[in-house]
Design a protein around this ligand. Structure first.
Ligand code: 5GP
Ligand code: MG
Length: 177
């Protein structure tokens, strides 16, 4: 697997430090929402699996997790072209929701999923992405918590894939073109 990795962009240690800091921010904010406020994590599959797993283990309050599917990339491509397909919606009516995704690129996925969740009338909805590309489409989407802002490069690892591979790579990396 390693021979396809061109360069490590964010090493595992830096990722875990940042994930812990994000969890602290989230914990602080949910506490302000009121006594015993509970959070439902809605994780957009498949790219956010590792991120959400690490994030939730750093959250000390009661949380539930619901998975949902949305995809804009299919197969061997590094550009999101189509409108994202959104699968079955989770049960979030009346709940404090934290929508978790791996990366903000065109912004279509987060916007689309968020709009769909709004129709279910959650008590509140915040968004959290591990990565955001420094491009206008991504920077212009409102997002409550952002792990890292990165250059406009195609990255893999820590849940992110190319043709469904490399999700198990522990660091965030750029692959050989
Ligand atoms: P958007 O809808 O914001 O264009 O893209 C969001 C989805 O596209 C992400 O959830 C992710 O699955 C995929 N994506 C966008 N940029 C990258 C990237 O650099 N690497 C990988 N592996 N996936 C990406
Ligand atoms: Mg995704």
């Amino acid at each position: 697997m390693m021979q396809d990795i061109e360069r490590i962009l964010i090493a595992r240690g830096a990722i875990s430090d940042r994930v812990r800091a994000l969890a602290q921010e989230i914990t602080h904010d949910i506490t302000e929402k009121g006594e015993g406020a509970e959070l439902v994590l809605v994780a957009v599959m498949t790219g956010s699996i590792i991120f959400v797993a690490d994030l939730m283990r750093n959250l000390p309050m009661k949380v539930r997790i619901q998975l949902m599917t949305a995809s804009s990339y299919v197969g061997k491509t590094t550009a999101s072209t189509r409108d994202p397909f959104v699968g079955a919606l989770p049960d979030v009516g009346g709940k404090h929701v934290l929508l978790v995704d791996d990366i903000l690129d065109s912004g279509k996925t987060l916007t689309r999923v968020r709009d769909e969740l709004e129709t279910l009338e959650p008590k509140s909805i915040d968004t959290c992405v591990l990565l955001r590309k420094k491009i206008p489409s991504a920077m212009s989407v409102e997002c409550t918590y952002v792990g890292f802002d990165i250059e406009d490069e195609f990255v893999v690892g820590y849940g992110l894939d190319y043709d469904d591979y490399y999700r198990n790579f522990p660091d965030i990396a750029v692959i050989v073109p």
